[in-house]
Design a binder for this molecule. Structure first.
Ligand code: ZN
Length: 362
């Protein structure tokens, strides 16, 4: 029996799962199909991916509903299946979690521009998010994850929508460019406090960039909000290899960054596009036993093996940092691993996020 999510978060670092979209693609699902519709068309396939992540040690699995909003489903002629796709997505995840992982209802952007950038009003956007969130709630989720948002107005509407129907925890994740700003130039110093004010429980970033630039962004977010943070990088930037987009970061490389994220108040760490159960397994191994209190240096008696040498009672991050930080890795240390990765992983379109196959239309 799992503790309530919020309590678990106080106890330890929670590992979220990795990509769904690229995993489904690897299992032969074409990208021109609605990945979300697989919740009703091929539930066993979706369950298989969830189970692989639970076996890898994920503490949180995200429902296969990233693009299951009225607008995106509408492009596949599936708007009338919205409730069933979301509700079923939650049920599949719940069953696959088997009491060992929390189920996060995944909600992504609508795929249309919201005012002031486009014609769709914020009220209308809020209504689209509300109906998706309600269906996920009906299916039984433990929390919500709003992810891959590039527009602060839009994620604001999504948070309002969820808060209007539920008190469950919300992980609110923006997607930034390598410079840490969103596509429209909004910096973390502006979006993080805004997400907090709107009612997010955890603020974070996912997708688009690999772990190294994401670490810089996380440091900036940690400086402006006391909230716990989440980080779910891609397995690097996709590279075109013989016409296929391949993600190149090794699981070991991703895991070394997971430990660094934790030093900056990250309490939920997972992966986005291109990450696999192998990445999640390594991340889990890297953060296992790193209880938040220990990371902050406030409880030296319970320090994990690696931090026993930390200055007792120092209480500051600086005192602990050198002992729990993974050995520095050159950015391309995983090169030797790449050939194996090349044959082992899938390719995917670079514009495709973890939960869906549809490219953002903006
Ligand atoms: Zn992604």
């Amino acid at each position: 029996m799992l503790k309530p999510f919020i309590e678990a978060l106080d106890d330890r670092v929670l590992v979220c799962d990795g990509a769904m979209g690229t995993m489904l693609y690897a299992k032969g699902v074409f990208i021109n199909k609605s990945f979300d519709a697989l919740n009703i068309a091929q539930p066993d396939l979706v369950a298989e991916v969830h189970q692989e992540y639970v076996r890898a040690g994920a503490d949180i699995i995200e429902t296969n509903t990233f693009g299951a909003n009225r607008i995106k489903l509408g492009t596949f002629g599936l708007a009338d299946k919205l409730h069933a796709i979301n509700e079923q997505g939650a049920r599949i995840a719940r069953h696959a979690a088997d009491g060992r992982a929390y189920v996060a209802g995944a909600i992504g952007p609508l795929g249309i521009r919201i005012e002031p950038w486009g014609k769709t009003g914020v009220d209308e956007a809020r209504e689209y998010f509300r109906e998706q969130a309600q269906a996920l709630l009906d299916g039984g989720v433990d929390l919500f994850v709003l992810e891959t948002f590039r527009d602060l107005n839009e994620i604001g509407a999504a948070i309002d929508a969820v808060r209007g129907i539920s008190d469950l925890p919300i992980i609110a994740q923006m997607t930034t460019e390598e410079d840490g700003n969103t596509l429209d130039g909004t910096p973390p110093e502006r979006f993080a406090p805004e997400l907090e004010k709107r009612g997010a429980t955890i603020v974070g970033v996912n997708c688009a960039v690999g772990p190294a630039p994401m670490l810089d962004t996380i440091e900036r977010i940690a400086a402006v909000t006391p909230l716990k943070l989440s980080a779910q990088p891609n397995a690097g930037k996709p590279r075109d290899v013989e016409g296929r987009n391949i993600y190149l970061c090794s699981p070991e490389y991703m895991a070394s960054y997971a430990r660094r994220f934790i030093l900056h108040n990250v309490r939920v760490v997972g992966g986005c596009c291109g990450t696999t159960p192998d990445h999640i397994r390594q991340i889990k191994t890297a953060v296992r036993g790193l209880a938040p209190a220990v990371v902050r240096g406030s409880s030296p008696a319970e320090a994990p093996q690696e931090s026993r040498g930390a200055k007792a009672g120092g209480g500051s991050r600086a005192a602990v940092t050198p002992t729990i930080t993974a050995a520095p890795l050159a950015r391309d240390q995983s090169r030797g691993w790449r050939m194996r990765w090349h044959t082992a992983t899938s390719s995917s379109p670079s514009s495709c996020c973890r939960r869906g196959a549809t490219a953002p239309t903006r």
